[in-house]
Design a protein around this ligand. Structure first.
Ligand SMILES: Cc1cc2nc3c(=O)[nH]c(=O)nc-3n(C[C@H](O)[C@H](O)[C@H](O)COP(=O)(O)OP(=O)(O)OC[C@H]3O[C@@H](n4cnc5c(N)ncnc54)[C@H](O)[C@@H]3O)c2cc1C
Length: 424
C-alpha cells in the first residue's frame, strides 16, 4: 500500500458512483473487528466492515470436534458480549468456567505454588475457556440481523486520509468513505503501517504449541500453568467433557520436535517434565486434535490514533498490542479496546463528529494504561521465568509462594485478570 495522503486523490472523487459511504469503516474480521462493527451498528452508526475472510461462513462448532484456537475469556469479555446481546446466544455447553488457577514454579515444590480461587475472590468464576469459533459464529449470527452493518469480503489496497475522514480503495476496484476508520487488522496491521504509526516489536524466540487432550483424571475446573527450567511454560486449560487445551511455549526448535510426537511419546514427555506434576494432576492424556505452533512476539503501537497530523483513525486489538499468551489476555485486552470505544462514542456530545480529536484522544488515553500495565506484567513474568541465574530462580519461586500467602496481592491479581469494564 502507498503512503498516507492528506488530500483526496483525483483517482476517485467523493461523488464517484462506486463510492459507498458510511459513518465508520472497520477493517479486520477477527473477533475484535466483529465485536466492534456489531457494537457500532447497535449504536445506530452506519458501519461497513471489510476483511478478506468475511466471506467464509463460520460453522457452529458441535459434536466431538474441538477447534484449534481455544481462548480464556475474562469476565470483561463476557460483559462486552452481554452488552452486544450475544453472550446468552453462545452455546454454553462448549464453554468451561474456570474456578481455580494453579501456577507452579520450576522447582516443582508445593510451597512455590500460586493458587487463585474464584470462591476465595467471591466471584462465580475466574474465566471461561472456549473455542474462538463459538464466539465468532455467534457474532456472525447477530451481525446478519443488524441492518446498520454491511460486511464486505475484500482486502484494502490503499487508504487516503483528508480533513473529513478516510477513503479506502479495495482490491475489487470499489471504494468506501467514512468519517472514522478503525483498524482491527491484526498484529501485522497494514493500516497501522499506512497511517505511519510506529511500534515497538520484540520476538520472544518462542513458539506456542497448542493441542487438545482428553484427560483420565477430572480437571476440577482448574487452569494449570507450569513454569519449566529454561523458560518453557506449559498451560493446561480445562474444557468441557474431561478435556484440556494445552499451550506450551517453547523454543521454535523444540516446538518443531513436539509437533512430530505421537500420543505415547507425548505421554512420556509429560511424565518427564514439571517433576511429573502434569500426569499427577491430569492422569493419562489422549491427543484430541492436531497440534499446531504459533510464533510469539510482543508488539506495542506507539500511538493508538493516526495519522499524526489530523487523526481520523484508531487501532484496536492486535493491531495495537500483542502479548505473550502466558496470561491468556491478548484478545480480552482487545475487547476492552472495543468496550472503551463504544462507551466513548455512545456518550459523545452532539456537537462532536465521530473523528473529533477530543474523542480520539480520550480513547487513546483510556487504553494506554491498561495496555501498558498488562504488556509490562506479562513481559516481566516471561523474562523472569526465562532467566537462568540462581538468584533470579530463587526469587521467582519464592515470589510465587509469597504472593500466594498474601490475600491482598492475590485479590489485586484477580481484579486485573477479571479486567473490569463499565457500561453506562
Ligand atoms: C497460542 C496463543 C494463545 C492465545 N490465547 C489467548 C487467550 O487465552 N485469551 C486471550 O484473550 N487471547 C489469547 N491469545 C491472543 C489472541 O489470539 C489475539 O489477541 C486475538 O486473536 C486478536 O484478535 P484481533 O481480532 O485483534 O486480530 P486477528 O484475529 O488477527 O484478526 C485480524 C483480521 O484482520 C484481517 N486483515 C488483515 N489484513 C487485512 C487487510 N489488508 N484488509 C482487510 N482485513 C485484513 C484478517 O483477515 C483478520 O480477519 C492467544 C494467542 C496465541 C498466539
Amino acid at each position: 500500500m502507498s503512503e498516507v495522503h492528506q488530500n483526496i486523490s483525483t483517482k476517485l472523487s467523493k461523488n464517484t458512483p462506486q463510492m459507498r459511504t458510511a459513518d465508520v469503516v472497520v477493517v479486520g474480521g477477527g473477533i475484535a473487528g466483529k465485536a466492534c462493527a456489531l457494537g457500532l451498528a447497535q449504536l445506530g452508526l452506519q458501519t461497513i466492515q471489510i476483511a478478506p475472510d468475511l466471506g467464509q461462513a463460520i460453522a457452529a462448532p458441535q459434536g466431538d470436534q474441538w477447534g484449534q484456537r481455544i481462548y480464556a475469556f475474562s469476565p470483561s469479555t463476557q460483559k462486552l458480549l452481554a452488552k452486544l446481546q450475544v453472550w446468552d446466544a453462545i452455546d454454553h455447553s462448549r464453554l468451561q468456567p474456570v474456578r481455580d488457577m494453579r501456577i507452579f514454579g520450576d522447582r516443582g515444590e508445593k510451597q512455590d505454588q500460586l493458587h487463585l480461587s474464584a470462591f476465595e475472590a467471591g466471584t462465580p468464576q475466574l474465566a471461561w475457556i472456549g473455542e474462538s469459533n463459538v464466539i465468532e459464529y455467534t457474532l456472525d449470527q447477530a451481525s446478519r440481523f443488524q441492518n446498520k452493518l454491511e460486511r464486505v469480503s475484500d482486502a484494502v489496497e490503499n487508504i487516503q486520509m483528508d480533513s473529513d475522514g478516510a477513503t479506502l480503495y479495495l482490491k475489487n476496484g470499489s471504494a468506501l468513505r467514512a468519517q472514522l476508520l478503525i483498524a482491527a487488522d491484526g498484529a501485522n496491521s497494514p493500516i497501522r503501517a499506512e497511517l505511519g504509526i510506529s511500534m515497538q516489536e520484540e520476538s520472544y524466540s518462542q513458539s506456542a504449541v497448542v493441542a487438545n487432550w482428553i484427560c483420565s483424571n477430572a480437571h476440577l475446573e482448574t487452569a494449570y500453568q507450569w513454569f519449566l527450567p529454561g523458560g518453557d511454560i506449559v498451560a493446561m486449560l480445562p474444557l468441557p467433557n474431561k478435556q484440556v487445551s494445552m499451550v506450551w511455549s517453547t523454543s521454535p526448535e523444540n516446538a518443531a520436535e513436539l509437533l512430530k510426537l505421537d500420543s505415547s511419546a507425548w505421554n512420556e514427555m509429560f511424565s518427564s517434565i514439571a517433576h511429573g506434576a502434569i500426569v499427577a494432576e491430569l492422569g493419562r492424556l489422549t491427543l484430541h486434535s492436531t497440534p499446531a505452533a504459533f510464533p510469539l512476539r510482543r508488539i506495542r503501537a506507539n500511538r493508538f490514533i493516526g495519522p499524526a497530523e489530523n487523526p481520523k483513525a484508531l487501532l484496536i486489538g492486535d493491531a495495537a498490542h500483542v502479548m505473550h499468551p502466558l496470561a491468556g489476555q491478548g484478545l480480552n485486552l482487545g475487547l476492552r479496546d472495543v468496550a472503551t470505544l463504544l462507551n466513548i462514542l455512545s456518550k459523545r456530545e452532539s456537537f462532536r463528529s465521530l473523528h473529533d480529536i477530543v474523542l480520539l484522544r480520550r480513547y487513546e488515553r483510556q487504553r494506554q494504561g491498561d495496555t501498558s500495565a498488562l504488556l509490562w506484567v506479562t513481559d516481566r513474568l516471561k523474562k523472569l521465568f526465562s532467566a537462568s541465574s540462581s538468584t533470579e530462580k530463587q526469587l521467582r519461586n519464592w515470589g510465587l509462594g509469597l504472593v500466594n500467602r498474601s490475600h491482598f496481592i492475590k485479590r489485586r491479581l484477580i481484579e486485573r485478570a477479571l479486567g473490569d469494564i463499565d457500561f453506562e
